[in-house]
Design a protein around this ligand. Structure first.
Ligand code: GBH
Length: 526
């Protein structure tokens, strides 16, 4: 009797066992993503026009960590069939890629449409469909026409209607073959980096102004494109269209400081998401208030955060059929006190930093925090009434070679956290997408960071592709419809070797560095 009663103790354990939550619901799809400038190459193929990224890398290659560019990149402009074959072999169910604006409209405007440019995308889509892979098409992933940068790029409102003209051509020409559209990739991160900062094209370097103006116009452009899809194409083409926003999760430094975590979420994610997904159809209240206060303290008679008129609020509110989420990492947050009435050094009044105990990877901004994905999914569920979420980017860079154990561990941890948020907490996730299919041109990091499920040899004229270990693991997950540990697959014959730490990668060069230092010290080298 006692023994039987004793067994009851294990019941809560069994019920709480996470494993029962690790199945993917029916209809859930797993895929991979990419972006035109990062993989295509063919930068001046046929009649393609020049984009801001073409001119940026050609004129300012010192801003790219290895001085490289995307002129050839993975050469997917020529090798797309091979890419699709690889996806088919892994068993991926969808592929997210972006369109190059100047490949389709060489001048940037619809006075001229490139038939070769369109043909490339038609061929790619046909190839995907023939292998049962669903295309997810991003209309704009940061590579707008170069001449527009001389008019201020997205700080100039004229861009809004030009983007609409481009999107109209895209829907008209490709819309019958595409069911999933994304207007703009990561508008908030893009505006912060490329208008607030200078390291990525067009490199405006106008913090506190350029970033806010840029997002203001991008949200308008997004909403107008959503509107023309509804009015001119949806009835016939029957697709879904939305936007993709990068959101991190924020852990308060002091456990019950949920206020700081909320404010950090609003300034990071809510800035772009609140106008679209909340009922107020506007920037988060805390953002409007804090930026206005800061502007006043700086002596400005207006807020640096632009205001939407009621017309735009109505148009932007609800302008997305799903919440597209890109998620990589999390931050710790704490409030920064305002000193004697001076402005905060950041408009948010919240400082974010990494927890040094979080493991890293070769990408310095990316700490591995699996529970953050579940966290941000719950943040989104709460803030925006549980919208359908498409995860359109999640991934990590790996160490040289094809034994990418750190990627397998990352994907397992993040997907587990996602599945718990779905199957236990009711978050409405429909799609999961790995960044990236291939190693690619990682913007200002050039080819130094390797996010690919598939390794690409950028020194070889053929851009040889070699699938990494993670592809073999992933195909078993997809085939089983359930998340499994590497240890439970046929791939696991012995424990994986420890992954190198970033510092250890320099080990082979120590003798060299050491002799150089000695030579310097002894005066042989100056
Ligand atoms: C994605 O953005 C992009 O959409 C994709 O094109 C890119 O290849 C991929 O990342 C991987 O790099 O230096 O600490 O201020 C990811 C979003 C990028 C947002 C890095 C924060 C800088 C952080 N993140 N960014 S930091």
């Amino acid at each position: 009797m006692w023994k039987v009663l004793n067994l009851l103790w294990i019941l809560p354990g069994v019920l709480a066992n996470d494993d029962i939550h690790l199945k993917f619901p029916t209809g859930f799809t797993i895929g991979a993503s990419s972006a035109a400038y990062q993989i295509e190459g063919g930068w001046n193929a046929s009649d393609k026009g020049v984009s801001v990224w073409d001119s940026f890398v050609h004129e300012k290659n010192w801003l790219i960590s290895d001085g490289s560019n995307g002129d050839i990149a993975c050469d997917s402009y020529h090798k797309y069939k091979e890419d699709v074959d690889i996806m088919k072999n892994i068993g991926l169910k969808h592929y997210r890629f972006s369109l190059s604006w100047t490949r389709i409209l060489p001048t940037g405007l619809p006075d001229k449409i490139s038939q070769d440019g369109l043909q490339y995308y038609k061929d790619l889509i046909k190839e995907l469909r023939s292998k049962g892979i669903e295309p997810f098409v991003t209309i704009y992933h940061w590579d707008h026409p170069e001449f527009m940068s001389r008019l201020g790029s997205w700080t100039n409102e004229v861009m809004v209607e030009w983007f609409v003209e481009y999107a109209r051509v895209v829907f008209r020409e490709l819309g019958s073959m595409v069911k999933f559209w994304t207007t703009v990739n990561e508008p908030n991160n893009y505006c912060e980096q490329s208008y607030g900062g200078k390291k990525q094209a067009p490199g405006m370097d106008l913090p506190f102004f350029g970033n806010y103006l840029c997002l203001h116009n991008l949200l308008k452009a997004h909403a107008r494109v959503y509107q023309i899809y509804n009015e001119e194409f949806r009835a016939k083409q029957k697709g879904k269209i939305g936007i993709v926003i990068p959101c991190r999760h924020n852990f308060p430094k002091v456990e019950n400081d949920t206020e700081s975590a909320r404010i950090a979420f609003e300034f990071d994610c809510g800035w772009a998401a609140n106008p679209i997904f909340s009922k107020d159809g506007d920037y988060p209240a805390v953002m409007k208030q804090r930026i206005k206060e800061n502007s006043q303290l700086e002596g400005l008679p207006f807020s640096r955060l632009p205001e939407f008129s009621p017309y735009w609020i109505n148009l932007i509110r609800g302008s997305s059929d799903y919440f597209g989420l890109n998620h990589y990492t999390s931050k710790m947050v704490e409030p920064v006190p305002r000193n004697n009435g001076t402005p905060w050094y950041q408009d948010s009044g919240v400082r974010s930093f990494v927890n040094e105990s979080w493991p890293g990877c070769p990408t310095d901004w990316l700490r591995v925090v699996p529970e953050g994905l579940g966290g941000v999914l719950r943040d989104i569920k709460e803030a925006y009434k549980n919208p359908p979420v498409y995860i359109l980017e999640n991934g990590v860079s790996s160490y040289p070679g094809i034994a990418d154990y750190n990627r397998i561990e990352f994907l397992y941890g993040y997907m587990k956290s996602m599945l718990l948020a779905m199957n236990r907490d009711g978050c409405n996730v429909k799609v999961y997408t790995v960044w990236s299919l291939l190693d690619n041109f990682e913007w200002d990091r050039g080819y130094t960071e390797r996010f690919g499920l598939v390794e690409v040899d950028f020194n070889h004229p053929n851009r040889t592709r070699t699938p990494r270990l993670a592809t073999k693991w992933l195909s078993q997950i997809i085939a089983k419809g359930k998340l499994i540990k590497l240890q439970d697959t046929y791939l696991y014959t012995q424990p994986p070797p420890p992954q190198p730490q970033a510092a250890a990668m320099f080990m082979p060069f120590f003798p060299l560095i050491f002799s150089f230092v000695i030579l310097r010290l002894t005066g042989f080298v100056s």
